[in-house]
Ligand binder design. Sequence first.
Ligand code: CP
Ligand code: NVA
Length: 315
Amino acid sequence: MKHFLKETDFTLPEVAEVMSLARELKATRGRQASAVLAGQTWAMIFSKSSTRTRVSFEVGIHELGGNPLFLNRNDIQLGRGESIEDTARVLSRFVHGLIVRTFDHSDVERLAAAGTVPVINALTDFLHPCQIYTDAFTVAERWTAPGGDLLASLRGRKIAFLGDTSCNMAYSWALGANLFGMKIALSGPESFRPSKEFEAFLAREGFPGGFTFTTDPREAVRDADVVYTDVWVSMGKEEETKERLRTLAPYQVTASLFAAAKRDAYFLHCLPAHPGEEVTEEVLANPRSVIFDQAENRLHVQKAILTMLARSARR
Ligand code: CP
Ligand code: NVA
């Protein structure tokens, strides 16, 4: 049985399978129903707000013939101190999988260790792998001829990630880029440099020194195929808002900074965006900004991930 807690939980051949399955599911949506989750219920335990992740999983599970069960952490006994392990053991008796959005990454690992059903990380403070697979699929779709090898189209490409380079999106992309054979340049203030713990984690995953870091955003975007940013105030960091907005200001993705990347580069953002903070309205509206395709593709890619996990749980 498989879990999807981090990008490297799928092997490279499996990533290729997720991508081609996502392409097929996208092309046949509404025409060809899949019943891979027929008779199944997947619980979604969310401790943080969500628009895209929640809706795409609920719709996706429904479209695969299953039943999504949304559980706000505070509506279940977990919010009143029942242990993560007992929650996993009990829910495993009822449902076929858990989709979890939480703060501590160790929560998803503990749920996976104690339960007997697949667990999907729907964002932790550390990683957001469903988003990274979707982002990679979104650009691969554009770099591939119909029927071509989506994963291969990523190899050798460069992504520049600007702003809060110590957040879940930066870490998750650093891991994903290495897995997909891409180069990644992170650029933010020194105080937002990725932690030593993250560097050690990346090395343990097989990618020592797997990113470059610069405080100069222009250096990072040079020759980049993708320019990426994320909110400056991630969920849970609200108390630091004033300081973050001040320190991160030089890393705003402006039209001029975006123009310093490759001519045919794409702009990506996981959303929600805060126009005027991490990115300008002009860049968000640029024809090479693919933010809403990214949002839509969450559905197709997660349906592919669910399909893979459901197949592996049956074995
Ligand atoms: N990008 C993303 O995960 O969005 P939500 O927080 O709306 O789910
Ligand atoms: N870094 C952001 C991503 C939101 C999808 C957060 O954790 O709030």
